[in-house]
Design a protein around this ligand. Structure first.
Ligand SMILES: C[S@@+](CC[C@H](N)C(=O)[O-])C[C@H]1O[C@@H](n2cnc3c(N)ncnc32)[C@H](O)[C@@H]1O
Length: 375
């Protein structure tokens, strides 16, 4: 296959160079070149090779402070910084812990998709699982999770597998189908981390008829909203130049759910919702909901997520409210024009989705052209 982007071309070139026998012997004698190549591989999106090379360079020159520094930065760049944010979200962590404590029984075999730090796997082991297999596609995180599991004394029951879930196999990675599948591969728009594709695959291949899936359901509520700071964020004149065309690149704005200038102007409705535990297939790529205004200016639609963790009704929701906090942002999509609404005015919002993206637009009143934006 031909490389499609500059990054892919760059990556293909680096990998080709890396595969040459003379490169291997040159690098083995030059750990400084090796660690710099690791950094270039990160730029090219080749995280696994980069982490491997950085570790090798460190082993070859354990006392070299320059190599140590570059290797540490390669490791840092290989892991998105939102991992710290999600681990600090006590409500998120507690929703998963509650659901796992309710579901795990002695002897349970748990499959955790996307180990990250290993937190959910540790929760499952603490709840009494006999066996936890936790897969992680990012090799640096998988290595860190393995050490975290050891440090917390659960290596006897948790195995971190450095693989994408699609490469897991019963017999090789899991002794049998999982009794519980837990995952937190949820994006701000619910779908961006491919939870639908992953659930279709793992529930179909690695579960049995009574496997519990956590979260069992996910929904994408939306509401009419007025974001008070919108105007101040829009570009107009900058240093005497009209830069307003740049606003066309701000089709959606990620906000904290606790943003005090964001006010809901309708009750929420779910634009899309999914039963993850069914394993799909997840059909239905169009939706429409009617939102009834509570009155006042409406300058956008706001979308957030709601996760139902288990049949007992443990939920997590990052619904906008003054002072609310969440590791997930809510997505605000400005309307083309501010609408002055009366209580009871109805606005129809159309939605369309594919596996990982969602687009929504408000039907326009007469005389206004609809503009859609994606999340
Ligand atoms: C949002 S983090 C959650 C980490 C941890 N489970 C937690 O809740 O704190 C998702 C992690 O899953 C990994 N991941 C996403 N999809 C995956 C898949 N299909 N197979 C293996 N790892 C996956 C990502 O690399 C990331 O580290």
């Amino acid at each position: 296959m031909r490389p499609r982007t500059t990054i892919e071309k760059h990556s293909a070139m680096l990998l080709q160079r890396l595969a040459a026998p003379e490169t291997a012997s040159h690098l083995a004698a030059n750990p400084a070149s090796m660690v710099r190549l690791a950094n270039a591989l990160i730029d090219a999106g080749e995280t696994a090779r980069a982490v491997e090379l950085a570790a090798q360079a460190r082993r070859l020159a354990p006392e070299d402070p320059e190599i140590e520094r570059i290797a540490l930065l390669v490791l840092e760049r290989s892991v998105p910084d939102w991992h710290h944010t999600i681990l600090a979200d006590a409500a998120r962590n507690s929703a998963f812990d509650t659901a796992l404590r309710r579901s795990v029984v002695p002897g349970s075999r748990v499959l955790d998709i996307g180990a990250g730090s290993g937190l959910l796997a540790l929760m499952a082991a603490r709840a009494g699982a006999a066996e936890v297999v936790s897969c992680e596609l990012n090799p640096a995180l998988a290595a860190a999770a393995t050490r975290i599991v050891e440090r917390n004394g659960h290596s006897d029951r948790i195995r971190i597998v450095a693989k994408h879930s699609r490469d897991l196999e019963i017999g090789t990675d899991l002794a049998g189908p999982a009794d519980i599948i837990v995952s937190e591969i949820v994006a701000n728009n619910l779908l961006g981390e491919n939870i639908l594709g992953t659930m279709e695959d793992v529930v179909g291949r690695l579960a049995h008829s009574t496997t519990r899936v956590i979260p069992s359901h996910g929904a994408m509520p939306i509401a009419l909203a007025c974001y008070g700071d919108l105007a101040s964020q829009q570009l107009g004149s900058v240093q005497g130049f009209d830069l307003s065309l740049m606003n066309g690149f701000a089709a959606r704005i990620g906000l904290s759910p606790g943003n005090r200038t964001l006010e809901l102007r309708s009750a929420p409705e779910d634009l899309f919702s999914f039963d993850f535990s069914s394993g799909g297939p997840f059909t239905g790529d169009r939706a429409a909901v009617t939102l009834t205004s509570t009155g006042g200016a409406v300058n956008g639609i706001v979308q957030w997520i709601r996760l139902t963790m288990d049949a007992e009704g443990t939920t997590y929701e990052n619904r906008p409210a003054p002072g609310a906090s969440s590791c997930w942002s809510v997505m605000f999509q400005p309307l083309p024009c501010v609408r002055a609404t009366q209580p009871g005015d109805r606005i129809v919002v159309q939605g369309r989705r594919d596996r990982t993206s969602v687009w929504m637009w408000a039907e326009a009143p007469a005389g206004e052209t609809p503009v859609s934006s994606g999340t």
